[in-house]
Design a protein around this ligand. Structure first.
Ligand code: MN
Length: 498
């Protein structure tokens, strides 16, 4: 479902004509070589495109406007090989509207001690020229990512790669359309928010449909299609009957197969990439969509439960950002459910009523059919599994009344000490950084929700960069967090963004 967009990033090298033709030829050759090597490294998820060296106000302005107009361009990477008087950049930067990176690098790695002379110094003066350029970007209050280091260094390339994913998140955010087939759960505060402001800030379109319109689409699915998908389920997943009659069990699973097909058709027809449901508003649907939603999330759809459209959009956004990533470990909606407070073994058991994305699963995935204590429909089928170990990021976008805040917590996912055979839902178990006590205290002080958008494949830095580029506050809870400093962060945020 996530369609690979062939985004590209432009590489623009700044210089001036003071140094003569030969220097400019070198500047062009060097920047071309850097671009070629970056593309050849295999580290960058998107191609870098070399652009002719920028030496005049007019060419700079024209290039930035071409970048705006080119739909495949997701951002511009700038670098001043020599000195480039920064007033030349003002008009171009003023008109530029896409993500911007300042790669502060240098063609040569080492000072050529034996041969260095003033000609060399004039040709290779990024340390000088990049400061002039950086000044004007700061003076103009333009958000940009600054990456410092040698262009052949893998860590530097990794930082460019990470930023590219964030930049694509910015570009793709305005293509996210969330379908709500139910309103927010009654009386719940944190899942609410200003949808108009979300469209202004992030470009998200959030629309409501009567649940029975999508239920009709589910009804219209043919038995043949349902049976074909059922076969796929039975081939792919373990069946845990829990003592139920196999025929009756299969009928329950078939309901979810029909929902998956009906929902997918409806979402595709109407061009939505994320969906919210609510267990209390199911209309003619026979079961709360469980397995069906899990499968749709795996295909790339965003999802939020109980009407939580912010989480639905965030899950979709994070799936876009990790798209095509080699060895990706998965991205899902999550919910903080219950704690283990035993000293030394602290953690949060993450789950939901049903809807956790199987992309995060570790090991076998099973289908179970169990009653739901909430809602008034038949027992829903769901995919049950445990999740991978390792570092991840939990994100919560909240509406503070006058603005949005993104709360980011780095977490360490672990195996639970023992299996939980009586728990018929997919789970993850993590300890927030820096530890459960500080992490949870900071999260609550910041106003973070119980629903989160979670990914193993993104970092807090990437998400914080996305927030910054979107013009909203991000607060980070990680290994360096202390409560007094975090409280100061929140107070500063009130001043800056309030
Ligand atoms: Mn929930």
């Amino acid at each position: 479902m996530i369609k690979k967009k062939e985004y590209k990033f432009w590489f623009c090298t700044g210089s001036q004509d003071l140094y003569g033709e030969e220097v400019l030829r070198h500047v062009a050759a060097h920047s071309k070589e850097i671009v070629d090597e970056l593309n050849r490294s295999g580290i960058l998820p998107y191609e870098v495109v070399w652009k002719p060296v920028l030496i005049t106000n007019q060419l700079i302005r024209q290039t930035f406007n071409e970048a705006n107009a080119d739909e495949s361009c997701a951002g511009v990477i700038t670098w001043m090989h020599t000195f480039s008087p920064a007033k030349s950049w003002i008009l171009g930067l003023q008109e530029y509207r896409k993500p911007l990176m300042h790669l502060h690098t240098q063609y040569n790695e080492e000072i050529p001690y034996d041969s260095i002379d003033m000609d060399f110094m004039n040709e290779n003066q990024a340390a000088h020229g990049d400061r002039e350029y950086g000044h004007i970007v700061s003076r103009m209050r333009i958000e940009r990512k600054v990456v410092v280091g040698y262009w052949k260094d893998d860590e530097v390339r990794q930082r460019i790669a990470s930023w590219m994913r964030t930049a694509v998140g910015i570009m793709e955010s305005s293509h996210i359309r969330v379908m709500r087939v139910a309103d927010n759960m009654r009386n719940v505060a944190v899942t609410e928010g200003d949808k108009v402001e979300a469209q202004i800030k992030f470009g998200w379109e959030v629309d409501a449909y009567p649940v029975n319109e999508i239920a009709q689409s589910v009804n219209d699915v043919s038995d043949a299609e349902v049976n074909e998908l059922l076969d796929e389920y039975y081939e792919k997943y373990n069946i845990i009957l829990d003592g139920r009659d196999p025929g009756e069990f299969k009928k329950h699973v078939a309901v979810q197969a029909r929902i998956e097909l009906g929902f997918e058709k409806f979402l595709e027809e109407k061009n939505y990439q994320a969906i919210v449901t609510h267990f209390g508003d199911l209309g003619a649907l026979k079961q709360l969509p469980g397995l069906a939603i899990q499968r749709l999330m795996e295909k790339g759809y965003g999802f939020g439960a109980e009407g939580d459209w912010k989480v639905a959009a965030m899950v979709r956004l994070m799936k876009i950002m990790t798209e095509g990533m080699k060895d990706a470990k998965g991205t899902s909606m999550m919910e903080d459910y219950t704690y283990n407070l035993v000293r030394g073994k602290e953690g949060i058991l993450e789950a939901h009523m049903l809807e956790i994305c199987p992309s995060i699963a570790d090991g076998p995935i099973s289908i179970r059919v169990k009653p739901l204590s909430m809602g008034d429909r038949e027992d829903p089928a769901r995919l049950v599994f445990t999740s991978k170990e390792g570092r991840g990021v939990a994100a919560s976008l909240i509406d503070l009344g006058n603005r949005f805040r993104l709360i980011l917590n780095e977490v360490e996912c672990k195996k639970t000490e023992k299996p939980m055979p009586e728990l018929p839902v997919a789970t993850n178990f993590w300890t927030p950084y820096p530890d459960l006590y500080t992490g949870a205290e900071a999260w609550i002080l910041a106003g973070g929700a119980h629903h989160t958008a979670f990914s193993y494949d993104l970092t807090v830095d990437q998400m914080a960069d996305w927030a910054e580029m979107s013009g909203i506050e991000a607060v980070i809870i990680d290994k360096n967090t202390t409560i007094p400093a975090f409280k100061k962060d929140l107070k500063l945020g009130e001043v800056f963004y309030g």
